[in-house]
Design a binder for this molecule. Structure first.
Ligand code: ADP
Ligand code: MG
Length: 336
């Protein structure tokens, strides 16, 4: 079915019917001029928004509508996780070109709804508009955190140890694999883990919450642009430098097995590839023991990859030999 057979208001009704759930904290959900939600007294409201634009952030040849729905919410939820918060509600704005079918929107919304349920995050509104050529998704997530639990980028200290969740570089390698094929159905089964790490990232909400509740981290960020680039954000805000031990950067088995096939520079992907959506955080050395204790509850591994040093040292990657390693490109920048 084409969108013109449905019209804007019936499309919104259709989206609403698949996304809205009643919740005691939603006083007024989708359907009024603004949504009305209750937030718990004493908590901070965390707000974040991210836009995904066709042919800039995704290529519909390489990601299914369902995965795109999941990913659009996941990348936003990841920002809340990186603050040590809990995602609560979200707003969904869509720019839809006329060539997009109603079936595509249905699949997109079903992926989104799956993600929303897994994070217990509720749709409370949005906006729907025609877009001239490209499909555009913009999601705003509202989350909350206790003031004592929120974790910022600006409070890393010299001597803090640097940790990262999961494996790095899988997503960037997955994207290279996708781009080497003519479409999604041409991706071999053996590469599926890597392409899924790109198309269906898992934001580390559980880990972020545990880190926050146990006050493990002095600073935290999610890796969206790339390890070095995002670590530089922490360092700039905190006015410190950092050392990363190259051989400690966690690489998945699949990454180690296949990266050489798809890139001339496999060392750089985990450092600057981006879209890992893993958590990068700094820990005072007296809290490292507490991290060891809580990490048993993590759904992924956590790896000690470096330390915070004086600002003058900048952000450096060192080999075991003590030699410095220089990345070709630090991370993603839209305008560079
Ligand atoms: P208004 O003209 O007041 O901006 P709209 O017609 O844009 O209202 O939207 C009507 C209702 O539907 C609002 O509650 C809005 O939040 C919701 N809505 C519109 N588009 C979406 C969408 N893509 N996803 C979720 N809710 C939506
Ligand atoms: Mg509107």
């Amino acid at each position: 079915m084409q969108l013109r057979e449905l019209g804007e208001f019936r499309l919104i009704e259709r989206i609403k019917s698949k996304l809205s759930y009643s919740h005691r904290d939603i006083v007024k959900g989708i359907g009024d001029d603004a949504c009305v939600t209750r937030i718990q007294t004493g908590k901070l409201l965390l707000s974040t928004t991210d836009t995904l634009i066709e042919d800039v952030h995704f290529d519909l040849g390489f990601i299914s509508a369902h995965d795109l729905g999941k990913k659009s919410l996941a990348v936003n939820v990841s920002d809340i996780a990186a603050m040590g918060g809990e995602p609560r509600f979200f707003l969904l704005s869509l720019g839809i070109p006329s060539r997009i079918s109603v079936k595509f929107i249905d699949q997109f919304v079903s992926g989104l709804s799956e993600a929303a349920q897994s994070f217990q995050t509720y749709a409370v509104g949005g906006d729907t508009s025609l877009s001239p050529e490209r499909f555009v998704v913009s999601i705003t997530v509202l989350g909350e955190a206790l003031p004592s639990h929120a974790i910022y980028r600006d409070s890393a200290n010299v001597g803090d140890q640097i940790f990262v969740t999961g494996y790095l570089g899988d997503s960037a390698l997955g994207l290279k694999i996708l781009k080497s094929r003519t479409n999604l159905s041409r991706v071999e089964e053996r590469f599926r883990y890597l392409t899924e790490r790109h198309n269906s990232p898992v934001p580390r909400v559980t880990e972020g919450r545990l880190i926050a509740e146990n006050r493990i981290a002095s600073a935290m960020i999610d890796i969206s642009d790339g390890l070095i680039s995002d670590l530089e954000h922490i360092c700039r805000e905190s006015m410190v430098g950092a050392r990363i031990w190259l051989e400690k950067v966690p690489l998945s088995e699949a990454f180690q097995k296949y990266s050489k096939e798809f890139t001339e520079n496999p060392t750089d992907l985990p450092l600057s590839g981006g879209e890992d959506y893993e958590l990068l955080f700094t820990v005072d050395k007296f809290n490292v023991g507490d991290l060891e204790r809580i990490k048993t509850e993590f759904q992924t591994k956590v790896t000690h990859i470096g330390e915070i040093v004086e600002k003058d040292n900048g952000v450096k990657v060192l080999r075991d030999s003590g030699q410095r390693y220089t990345v070709k490109k630090k991370g993603f920048d839209h305008f560079l």
